[in-house]
Design a protein around this ligand. Structure first.
Ligand code: MUC
Ligand code: MG
Length: 369
């Protein structure tokens, strides 16, 4: 069924430092997976992490090693007749490793969709839109630079929704930074914040009250991953929408969070979910529980970003948009034709599979030696 599984680690500098509470990124590391089927059809997948092991439990190096050592032999020797059977085998044989699972599943689905001559979105149940709205993350660490960056984005019609990374400074300083940006941009932009789990419950109560009064539209993962009770209390207490991010690690956790309505919105991410099919399951759980969905990112490059776009194009509603901006944060292009961002949206390709073409010479050039 499959003749080869290859993996590549690429280190790509970012256009500017990207500051999060747990790391300042100057480089994003992509793990690309290339799977070749017996008939010669090639599929690509990707995994990224944020700040090495700063964000989750997998690193680019563990993803590559585990795919080479454990996933590849399974894929190459499997007698599975379809992706469902291969996915079941992988899940029975390999615990955890959601990011690696997502990269491998993306490549397998890319192959399958190409063999069926359908865009990947159609294999996932069918798209409801041909493009998805995309926000930009302001994370330069400097209020004036962030305001200038946001104004330039609005002017170019690239983005009019902005997410601000906060949590590294005091609540008072962070709130002042956010409110200054909101005042400078006014009603021309929606402003959201991602606290990346930095606040205690009392800091959350203080910070969120002020952000809500200041007209901020969404508060992402304000408290620690294990503090589901805190998240639930905050969701009940405030009118402003509270979003679950790091705490949401796939369908099982989506079910648990939905049962206690721990958040108003779920940040659905293909890697955190453990695959594209699992991300669709997370969105379905949210829909059934009356929780809104948002298209999240692990700052993937073009492959993971467009795989996410195919998934998000199938969601019944996408009221908080997506953050599929990361290819624009990278200084190097690995596609023969770049992704299309226009009128505040990312186009979802219509060609078969992921609908992108990888420039393999560029991939070789950028591969870590
Ligand atoms: C996160 O926590 O949402 C998404 C955008 C960004 O800048 O960081 C990521 C991770
Ligand atoms: Mg987040």
């Amino acid at each position: 069924m499959y003749q080869s599984v290859e993996t590549f680690i690429l280190d790509i500098p970012t256009i500017r430092p990207h500051k999060l509470p747990m790391t300042t990124m100057q480089v994003q590391t992509l793990v690309l997976v290339k799977i070749t089927a017996a008939d010669g059809t090639v599929g690509w997948g990707e995994a990224t992490t944020i700040g090495g092991l700063g964000y989750g439990e997998e690193s680019p190096e563990s993803i590559k090693t585990n795919i080479d050592t454990y996933f590849a032999p399974l894929v190459l020797t499997s007698k599975a007749k379809n992706i469902a059977q291969l996915r079941k085998l992988i899940n029975q044989s390999i615990n955890g490793n959601r990011f690696a699972k997502c990269a491998v599943q993306t490549a397998l689905l890319d192959i399958w969709a190409k063999q069926l001559n359908l865009p990947l979105s159609e294999v996932l149940g069918g798209r409801l839109r041909d493009s998805v709205p995309v926000l930009w993350v302001l994370a330069s660490g400097d209020t004036d630079k962030d305001i200038a960056e946001a104004k330039a984005m609005i002017e170019k019609k690239r983005h009019n929704i902005f997410k601000l990374k906060i949590g590294a400074k005091s609540v008072k300083e962070d709130v002042a930074h956010v409110i200054a940006i909101k005042k400078a941009l006014g009603d021309s932009a929606s402003i959201r914040v991602d606290v990346n789990r930095a606040w205690s419950e009392l800091e959350c109560i203080d910070g969120i009250a002020k952000l809500q009064d200041g007209g901020i539209d969404l508060i992402e993962q304000p408290c620690a991953i294990n503090q589901i009770d805190t998240l639930t209390r905050l969701t009940k207490r405030f009118d402003v929408a509270i979003m679950a991010d790091e705490v949401l690690t796939g369908p099982d956790s989506a079910y648990k969070l939905a049962k206690c309505h721990a958040a108003d919105v779920f940040a659905v991410k293909i890697e955190q979910s453990g695959g594209l099919l699992e991300a669709c399951e997370v969105a379905n759980i949210a829909r059934l529980a009356g929780i809104d969905v948002y298209g999240g990112t692990m700052l993937e490059g073009a492959v993971g970003t467009i795989a996410s776009a195919h998934v998000f194009s199938t969601f019944e509603s996408l009221p908080y948009a997506t953050e599929l901006f990361a290819p624009l944060l990278l200084t190097k292009e690995i596609l023969t034709t770049p992704l299309v961002y226009s009128d505040f949206e990312l186009q979802v390709p219509k060609d078969a599979g992921l609908g992108i073409e990888i420039d393999e010479t560029k991939v070789k050039e950028l591969t870590r030696k």
